[in-house]
Ligand binder design. Structure first.
Ligand SMILES: Nc1nc2c(c(=O)[nH]1)N[C@H]1C(S)=C(S)[C@@H](COP(=O)(O)O)O[C@H]1N2
Ligand SMILES: [Mo]
Length: 192
């Protein structure tokens, strides 16, 4: 159902591999259109907690994440992110190939806050990597901006302090999604 654009490209002359390649390409294009074309469902998420009282930034406290929406740029400290509605679930980090219990803010709630709900999102990382998270990947799923791994902060070695996490444990159709696991996430805006 989903495109896998990470496989090696091979050149062969036999017709069967060509036919298979054509079928894979067609399904990849179909998969991309499927993500784009859907009006995603918005099921209730199972929250760990709702919005808590958000502390104002302390003197010298760093901005952890910022979101640019129609009404300007909002900045969040880590404490403010932790006060937002939170989800917690187990997912397998595709690069580390290890399973952790992650806690974070659903992208849907972050998008809501900034007036970006229902739009494809662009998430930008500290290393200037950027990835588009289509609405079909965060409206129906509790895809999160994670700040916690197994109950502690996420280390740099484990792609923290903020990383986009997809619920690939509960939703097998997300298992082959890699490029949306944005590590070192710093900001979000509407996708171009
Ligand atoms: N911060 C950051 N996150 C990132 C990337 C990156 O370069 N920087 N690459 C993305 C892409 S395109 C993929 S496919 C995976 C890379 O996983 P890999 O190192 O296992 O290939 O991480 C994603 N998250
Ligand atoms: Mo990638």
């Amino acid at each position: 159902m989903f495109p896998d654009n990470h496989g090696p490209t091979t050149r062969r002359s036999r017709p069967l591999p060509l036919l298979i390649a054509a079928a894979v390409a067609a399904s990849a294009i179909g998969g991309a259109l499927w993500w784009k074309g859907q009006t995603p469902a918005t099921p209730e998420f199972q929250y760990l907690h709702g919005q808590l009282t958000a502390p104002p930034p302390a003197t010298g406290e760093e901005t952890a994440f910022e979101i640019t929406g129609p009404s300007g740029t909002q900045r969040f400290t880590m404490a403010q992110l932790r006060a937002m509605p939170a989800v917690r679930y187990t997912a397998t980090q595709p690069q580390l190939k290890r399973t952790f219990e992650y806690t974070g803010v659903p992208l849907r709630d972050l998008a809501d806050r900034a007036g970006l709900n229902g739009q494809d999102l662009r998430i930008i990382a500290d290393d200037d990597f950027a990835s588009t998270v289509p609405k079909g990947m965060y409206m129906p799923y509790p895809t999160m901006l994670a700040y916690e791994e197994d109950g502690h902060e996420i280390s740099t070695a484990h792609k923290g302090p903020l990383m986009v996490v997809l619920p690939n444990g509960d939703h097998p159709e997300l298992k082959q999604i890699y490029a949306q696991w944005v590590w070192f996430s710093r900001s979000m805006k509407t996708a171009p």
